[in-house]
Ligand binder design. Sequence first.
Ligand SMILES: *Cc1c(COP(=O)(O)O)cnc(C)c1O
Length: 441
Amino acid sequence: MEREYMNLPVVRKLAEKEQVGWRNPKKLSWEESKGILPVTASEVEDAKARLARFAPFIQKCFPETKESGGVIESELVPIEKMKELLNQEFGGTIEGTLLLKKDSHLAVAGSVKARGGIYEVLKHTEDLALEAGLITVEDDYSKLASDECRKYFSQYTIQVGSTGNLGLSIGIASAAVGYRVVVHMSADARQWKKDLLRSHGVTVIEYESDYSEAVKQGRKESDADPKSYFVDDENSKNLFLGYAVAAGRLKDQLTEQGICIDEEHPLFLYIPCGVGGAPGGVTYGAKEIWGDNVHVFFVEPVEAPCMILGMATGLHHEISVQEIGLTGQTHADGLAVGRPSGFVGKVMDPILSGEFTVHDKWLYEYMRALIKSENIFIEPSSCAAFEGPLKLNQYEETRGYLQEHGLLEKLPNAVHIAWATGGRLVPEEIRREYQNTYLEE
Ligand SMILES: *Cc1c(COP(=O)(O)O)cnc(C)c1O
């Protein structure tokens, strides 16, 4: 009976590094799902309110957020020329509107991690500050940026395991609050990210091993120190809630742009997935708002499809991509994850529509296409998102999904959002290196 999951067609394809379009067989309607999820609307509201309380503090610590009043939010922009290019040169038949959610350009961390990562650091900071009587929830939180408070926080340590971007987000945010910070980085983390963190006074510990091992070591070191807090990307609900706040903001942006989402105008989100926290949080938030009118698909690299593997086998974090013979190594920074979050996959079971996997080669091709058509740079891992709209009606499985939900005839009215998850902080010389990277499939 061992390794029975190898009989699943999707697992066989994953093991062969074939690109797949997968439809989640466990998906339920929103009506059936909402009562059984371990997350609630009021928890997302609570996270939103906390971020609002911290806005004066964020504004003070990060002058780049002054214009937005301490709100860290990204633009939503139409990319009509990219849509045309995908249709003309990449064999797409995308109908409707294609938009880019530019979390790639978020303030502070330059990636989607500016949502979850910073939220979790702030949540912990509020817990400590309330306990120590430094503030009350009615106070102006900019007070927390005072020398006295910084000195108080400097006795505490924040630790995190990361492939790069989460480390950047937690590291920069924690250093701004005044914590001692230790980031445990896996072997695939880029040198410039380590350098940038060190320039913020962050201690970076490098491992020869992959992300899961870096997390394990980080957790161990942190647990041994009572004044240390570990940001646990593999299990954290706080991270998840920080990401979930994105959906309400997206709703406002769509409304401002006069874009209506309803039964006749379905919304499709395509989000690159690593351990699952960021795309999972956004998905939950979106389902709460649009219910059955939003359809969310994750995209993962062919060498690291940990979320599909966990969900399709039902084993979640109990299986790693290495167990089906994959390396877990990819050019897609932030997506080189071999084992999914134990928390997120189970939340996704009833609400995620499906997934795509993509070969690294295409990440660079889509990146160049976006520069050429729209003059927007996002990092290659973010470009995984384009695989979604491009292939949605091309794989038998995802086409079947569209058919069954009566969506095929609604595609001319569809709103597709490719979620750009990172890029702003990528140094110029690395951008040039990316521009000149051509891979074989
Ligand atoms: C972290 C990251 C993701 C995915 O987030 P997870 O929470 O790990 O699933 C996607 N894209 C980029 C650029 C990232 O850094």
